[in-house]
Structure formats: structure tokens, C-alpha cells
Write a protein that binds this ligand. Sequence first.
Ligand code: GTP
Ligand code: MG
Ligand code: ZN
Length: 336
Amino acid sequence: MNKKYRHAEICMNFAPYTSSETLPLSAKLLQGLVLKSTGSWYKVRVENQGIWDCRLKGKLKLSKTGVSNPVAVGDHAELEAEPGQKDKGLIVNIRERENYIIRKSVHKTGHAHILAANVDQLVVIASLKLPRTSLGFIDRLLVSAESYHIPAKVIFNKADLLSEDENQFALELAEMYSRIGYESFMTAVPTGQGIERLKDLLRGKISLLAGHSGVGKSSLVNAISPGMKLQTQEISSFANKGKHTTTYAEMHEWEPESFLIDTPGIKELGLMEMENDNLSLYFPEMRPFAARCKFYNCSHTHEPQCAVIQAVEDGLLPIPRYESYLSMMEDEDNRR
Ligand SMILES: Nc1nc2c(ncn2[C@@H]2O[C@H](COP(=O)(O)OP(=O)(O)OP(=O)(O)O)[C@@H](O)[C@H]2O)c(=O)[nH]1
Ligand SMILES: [Mg+2]
Ligand SMILES: [Zn+2]
């Protein structure tokens, strides 16, 4: 499924104004940036006016997509002031999105949610310990980003918890992702390791932080901008899992024109529908090999003269990534 189709699939329309709703000519629309969306109200940074609490005006019509939120963090909103109320507004329109990233529940089919819109980059936050992030999970996020043409980075946080061997392993993983083109390095909040480099990575951009609960997304935001004081919480010692402390995605301007979107921890990630044959397109390192397979529709799983399988065997493609590819292909097959 190509990008265009994807966007068409999840298009969003606002109901046109009926004549009674038509704005008087004098009413000028204000421009705002959606910082937070709870579904019932929206925190919007209104141009030259500060931060307002807003509601939606009129009915929003969603096409039959099952996307549960019509307005997402990062949306550019057009709004009017709520009559007689200070710092309150009504969102009347959302400007066309450059991109958006969707989170889909693996368990509840048809449940999808726009995580954020108009992002410059996805920053995957992973930790190898407390909690452990699997490579399969990282790769799923990367495939999502690829399919939306959003550049992605991979941060291994909690480096301070790793033994020497584990540290070596993490370094190798970071190298693997960096070679593919996803800048990757380690960070640790208590020691400050990697925080300056992370700031450089985030400066001047709108970045979406995503990862499991408890990996330290909010802690990293606090480390980058100590004034922020976002709520964080120790992971459960019983399950070694995060407690889902952050409950709504929220955008923070930590430096002028540098925005971070802290998101709630993701449990599991479902892939959006895509043609099985196309999955290798979202593994950038595979693409040059995939073009050389004997069969044009090679799935790179069992076919003879598959250049991808050959490259894995020859050590030209990283095995963990190929394993993620196989696991995603299997999921797709099962889903069907
Ligand atoms: N040792 C260590 N602990 C960390 C690090 N970063 C975060 N933590 C701790 O990990 C726990 C979870 O951190 P949070 O920042 O709440 O994690 P989160 O990713 O925002 O979690 P959710 O909001 O639930 O998605 C807290 O107790 C943090 O103090 C780190 O680099 N090293
Ligand atoms: Mg958090
Ligand atoms: Zn092949």
C-alpha cells in the first residue's frame, strides 16, 4: 500500500458549515497549534495569545476509518474565541496534515488513534532492561515511520543499568541501526550520558518520542528541559513494566521552535494494513537486494534465488532485522 492510498484511507473531513453556522465576515480565524488532545478538550497554543483551552465547534465527520480522534497533537488548528470567555476557543478547522502517525491496537481490531500529526521525526525510546524492549517492537515502529516517510532515530535509554557485556551489546545494536540510517545511541538520565547529543538531535524539530511504558520518555524530556517537571513513575518491581504514567500525548516547546511530543507507553504495536509483498520496502537496507531477486514478487521467505536471503547468509544484511521482517510477515499471514 503506498503512501497516497494510506492517506486517502484515513482522510478526515469537517462537515461544511450550514448557513446558520457561517462565520460573519468580520470574524477572523485565529491560528493555533494543538499541544494536547484529550478527546473532549484541546490545549492549543494560539498565535500571539498564549495557551487556550479549546473545544470543537460543530460536527466532525470521520470517514469510515475507525480513527478515534479527529484532532491530534501537532495539528494546525483554525479557531475562534469562545464568546465571553477568556483564553477559551472553538476549533473550527484543521489544516491539511503533512503527515501523521497512527497507533493501532493489535487486540481490538478497528481501533486506531492518531498519535500525532506534522512531526519531523520519530524518536524511538527503548531500554534493554527494566523494561526490556524487543528488537521486533523497535522494528515495527521503524516500519511505521518508513511507511509514513517520517525519519526515525533509536535511543537506548537506561544505559546506566547495563553490565559491561550488555553495554557492548547495546553499542552493537546502536551501530546496526546507525548503519541502516537510523541514528542511534545510548542515553542515561541519572548520569546525563547522551543527553547533549539528544538535544542536538531534537533541536529545531518536532519530535515524537515513542516506546514502551517505563523506558523513560518523560524522564528524558525532564532531563532535556529541567523546568518541565513531567510526571514520572518507577516501574513495577513485580512485573518489571511501566505503570502507564503519561496518559495523553502532549507537545512541549523545550527551546524556541524545538518541540517534543511525549506520548503514553505503547504496549504492543499492530501494523497498519499493507501488502505483504511491500513489507520489504519499509526495510531500507533490504531494498537494494530485493530488487535483484529472481521473482519480482519474491516474499524473501523461501523463494529460490532470493537476493535478500543470500545477503543475510553472506552477512550483508543484519540477522535481527531479517528476523523482525519474518515475524511481521507471519503476523500478516495470521491476520489474514
Ligand atoms: N536507571 C535509570 N532509570 C531511569 C532512566 N530514565 C528513566 N528512569 C526511571 O524509569 C522510570 C520510568 O520513567 P518514566 O519517565 O516515567 O517513563 P515513561 O517512558 O515516561 O513511562 P510512561 O509515561 O508510563 O509511558 C522512572 O522511575 C525513572 O526515574 C535512566 O536512564 N536510568
Ligand atoms: Mg511518561
Ligand atoms: Zn527475495
